[in-house]
Design a protein around this ligand. Sequence first.
Ligand code: ADP
Ligand code: MG
Ligand code: MG
Length: 247
Amino acid sequence: MLKVDDLHVAVEGKEILKGVSLEVGRGEFHVIMGPNGSGKSTLALTIAGHPKYKVTQGKIIFEGEDITEYPPDERAKRGILLAFQVPPEVEGVRIIDFLTQVLGEVKGIDIGEAYELIKKKAEELWFKENDLRRFVNVGFSGGERKRLELLQALLLEPRLLLLDEPDSGVDVDSLSVISRKIEELHKKGVSIILITHYGRILKHIDREDLKVHVMRDGKIVKSGGAELVDLIEREGFKAVFGGENGE
Ligand code: ADP
Ligand code: MG
Ligand code: MG
C-alpha cells in the first residue's frame, strides 16, 4: 500500500532523512521509535506532503502511484491522514464547522449527515455538543487536542493514518480512550504508522501485529516486533544502538 523508497529529505537546505525505506501493507500497524531529533516527525510530515520538507532523493509510492511530488490535499484525497504532534490553534474556526468542511471535502458527505455523524463520534471521545462550538484547539488541554485528532481520524477513516506522538502531554484517562480508538481504527483495517516513545499507547493492540522500527540520525537502523518496544522501555535506546546513551 505504502512504499517509501530510499527517502532523502532536506529542510531549509539541511539533510534530515538520509535514506529511509519502509513498506506498509493494508491494515498493518507500524511503530516508529527513536531519540528526539532522529527524524520521526520529518518522515510523517514528508509522507503527508508538508511543503517545507523537500525530497532530494528517493520516492513515496501509495497504492501503486508515485505521490512524491503531490500536494497535501491530493494525498488526503487518496486517504492519507496525519494527526499532528502539535495541532495548530485556529482562532475563529469552530470544531463543528472545521469537521463538517473536512468531511465534505474528503468524503463528499453533506452538511446534515455530517452533523449527526460528528456528534455521535464526538461523544465517543468525550466531547459534548457544546464543545463542538469551541474554536479548534484554542485553549485546549493536551488530552483534548489529541482526542480531537482521533475524532478527525475516526470520522475520515483514512486508508493510512499517521499518528505523531498521540500520547504526549496526555493524562491517563485520555490515554486510555485514545489507545482504544486507535485499536478500533486498526480493527477496521486502517493502516497505521504510529510514532511514540512509550509502549503504553500500544497496550490494546495485539503484540503480534506490531512492526517496530527504530530511527537514528535520519535512518531506520533496526526493525522488529513488539520485543523492540519492551527492550527500549526497559533499557533505553542504548540497548539498540550500543554506546553510552544511544546518541
Ligand atoms: P523527531 O520527531 O524524531 O524528534 P524531527 O523530525 O522533528 O525529529 O527532527 C529531526 C531533525 O530535523 C532535528 O535536528 C530538527 O531540528 C530538524 N528539523 C525538523 N523540522 C525542521 C524544520 N521545520 N526546520 C528546521 N529544522 C527542522
Ligand atoms: Mg521530537
Ligand atoms: Mg517528533
